[in-house]
Write a protein that binds this ligand. Sequence first.
Ligand code: NCD
Length: 340
Amino acid sequence: MTYRFRDLLALEPLSADELTFLLDQSKLFQEIQRHPLKKLATLRGKTVTLAFFENSTRTRISFSTAASRLGADTMNLQAEASSLKKGESLLDTVYTLNAMKPDCLVMRHAASGAADFVARNLDIPVINAGDGTHEHPSQGLLDALTIRDRRGSIENLKITILGDIQHSRVARSNIHLLGKFGGQFTLCGPAMWVPRELENIGPPGCVIRRVSRIEEGLEDADVILVLRVQTERMYEPTLSAEEYILLYQLNAERLRLANPNALILHPGPMNRGVEISPEVADGPQSCVLEQVTNGIAVRMALLFLLMSGATEGGEGALADEASGAPNASPEKKESTHAAD
Ligand code: NCD
């Protein structure tokens, strides 16, 4: 099995086998996180540009840490301080960054399709770190890895997604991934955030139902994905934070309606006490911190695959590292740039 794309823009086009391959690759990098010395030299001499046109804390730090643990350097574009504020176009900005000769671009942008647009105009691998309401593929992968680690499998799960599904790229990436493994989805939230069209966004044959009462939504769930409530999307007087808490907060009492071993995922940042109660966020079923840890492994695997031109996995490279052999010199490991 190989990864046949030059970029990672979305999970929707990937097959179940390709997704399994990416999760398996991430396992190798999870092991490295458990070592006291976490730094490899696999991508030494390579540079990753992190272009976050939209604010981000954990995703940017996670990609940056993943790059540095592989020995790569990073260039950082901070949205607030960038020339975008002076009127420069997205394409001019990325052409400028590309002229500094990075080997990969990781980008986040508020517009759906922005990463795809940039990838079509650049000759280096592009990783989508979240584009508008479209997809957040590395988040979908780290969520699946976390579930697979806890349950042993991601097959045939009943997944309940709570909150603003309409605007959630995390929800979409999860549906595209877990739906390919027989996942059935229950979407639950205020009607304005769970429109009917969402029933058709999954892969062929994927069952997606919408419910308005959280009690009904949680019944029998194996996995509960709690989404952040974006207060800027709350429309007083249609919905206030108090009403949201009353109707949709995942609290201990409601959690008892789900499967007793149901896992709770939240992509962060959490609004404690709004979409999730503190006792649930910190309880034994919560996977929130494992998700963060796994994010680094997934992103190391992605950077490794896209930047080293590796096609058959990381074992060779990692084994070389362990024995102290200086592998993956820039001369030897040119990116294959397979067409996507
Ligand atoms: C998510 C995002 O930005 O899409 N966060 C993240 O990447 N961990 C979800 C969110 O911001 O609510």
